[in-house]
Every structure is written in C-alpha cells, then in structure tokens.
Design a protein around this ligand. Sequence first.
Ligand SMILES: NC(=O)c1ccc[n+]([C@@H]2O[C@H](COP(=O)([O-])OP(=O)(O)OC[C@H]3O[C@@H](n4cnc5c(N)ncnc54)[C@H](O)[C@@H]3O)[C@@H](O)[C@H]2O)c1
Length: 254
Amino acid sequence: MTTRFLEDKIIAITGASSGIGQASAFVFAGHGARLVLADIDEDHGEATARRIQERGGDAVFVRADVTRASDAEAIVARAVERHGRLDGAFNNAGIDGAIAATADCTEENWDRTLAVNLKGPFLCMKYELAQMLKQGGGAIVNNASVAGLAGVGSLPAYVASKHGLVGLTKTTALEYAKRGIRVNSVCPGPIRTPMYDSAIKNNLVDEKALLALEPMDRLGSPDEVAEAAAFLLSDRATYINGHAMAVDGGWTAW
Ligand SMILES: NC(=O)c1ccc[n+]([C@@H]2O[C@H](COP(=O)([O-])OP(=O)(O)OC[C@H]3O[C@@H](n4cnc5c(N)ncnc54)[C@H](O)[C@@H]3O)[C@@H](O)[C@H]2O)c1
C-alpha cells in the first residue's frame, strides 16, 4: 500500500514555520501533497518551503496573519492561483497566551488568544469553504488541543478558545456534510515544540506534574500530530466528520 496517500492534494497549512505546523509540512509533503505554507514568521516559513523543494516536493510560502481576513483570503488565493483548487487545509496556527487564573487573566490576553486561536480558524475556514464549495469538495482539519476537551487551570483564554474551536468544527462539519466537505479537529496532548519548550523554560509548566498525568509517560512528537492530521485530510478518512481526535497518549482517557 502506498504511503503517499495525499498524492497531488493541494493543502494549506497555517502556523507552518514552527512546531506541529512545520512538521506537518514535511509529513504531508512526504505523503505527496502540494503545499501552501502560511505564517507570520517569514524567515522560517520560506526556509521550510525551500527544504521541501530541495527534497523534490512542491511548497510555497505566504506571509499571513490568520487574525486578518485579507490574509486568510490570500492563503486560499495563492493555492488557487498556483494549482486551481484547494483540497485540504490544516488550520494550525495558535498561541498559548499568558498563564493566569481567570481573575488574573487580562482582557488583552483574552482578546489576543481568542483572536489567533478561534477567530483565525474561523476566518481561514470562511475562505477555504467558499473555494471548496466552488470546486465541489474538500477536507479541513483544525488544530485544537486536549484543552478543547477538558479544563486546564490557569489557561482560561486558551481553554475557551480551544473548546470554541472544537464546537465550531462540529458545527461547520454539520453545515457542509452534504456538499462534500469534511471538517474535523485534532486535539493534541503535550507535544515537544518551541511553544512547549518556552513554557518549560519560563517555568510556566511543571513537566514532572504534566507527565504524571500522561499515561504513556512521555510527550508526543510534532510528527505524531501531523500523521493524524494527514489521515483526516486524506481519502482514507472519507466517513470521518465533525470528530475531535485526541492525539494525547491517552491523557483524556483517565
Ligand atoms: N505544543 C503543544 O503541546 C500543543 C498541544 C496542543 C495543541 N497545540 C496547538 O498546536 C498548534 C501549533 O502549536 P505549536 O506547539 O506547534 O506552536 P509553535 O509556537 O511552535 O508554532 C506556532 C506557529 O504559529 C505561528 N503563528 C502564531 N500566531 C500566528 C498568526 N496570527 N498568524 C499566522 N501564524 C501565526 C507562529 O509564528 C508559529 O510558527 C497551536 O494551535 C497549539 O495551540 C500545541
């Protein structure tokens, strides 16, 4: 059986310059996808696209801030201009926001976290769906979190944004199910990425306490999330819709 199960699919990835998004770029390209990579970090995004091209893949980078409608629109426009269509999208860009219990969460932290993590995927989906409706189908995966399935202390804005994203994913899945578009989310547990490393470095997360909750006794890797997203975007998952797939080593199974 071929492992190139995304062969020639045109897929956009947001937050593609780092962590899970960058790993997804390499994994999706390895499965044969042609990619439009988007991020606010231009240097690492361009470098990621270049590395894929050097390995014989097809990837271009677009500088885009997912909180801006015109940028979200430009990601889809780039795919259509280059390939004539958009088969899939991994709306992955996100931030963790500041660590503070609800009474201490600033309005600014709340607004920024919700803007990137919830408004961002909403804006991206708006334009992705419009194109997918035109062409008669497609698949979308939103990157939520286990924080979209359960509460996590001192991260009220992040948890609210990710619960919102899981709900938005389900609603969108229902709206477009009859028109050939599937919409799912992945819900990663703790994954070793720059976002995670900076939280550890700044003593915002206690790794020992975190691992004590992790049945597998280890963090996940960005590739493990990327493979789940690749599957959901592929034609191997044609009856999976509106699903929030935990990729967490069993964290939410306790
Ligand atoms: N690392 C984890 O443990 C973990 C766990 C669960 C969910 N997630 C989710 O996975 C996603 C990726 O996280 P990561 O750990 O790879 O983080 P990361 O910080 O390594 O990568 C995030 C990327 O998103 C980009 N980005 C941030 N704001 C943006 C914006 N407004 N527009 C476009 N791009 C923007 C950043 O520049 C960066 O390249 C996030 O949505 C995060 O909430 C991560």
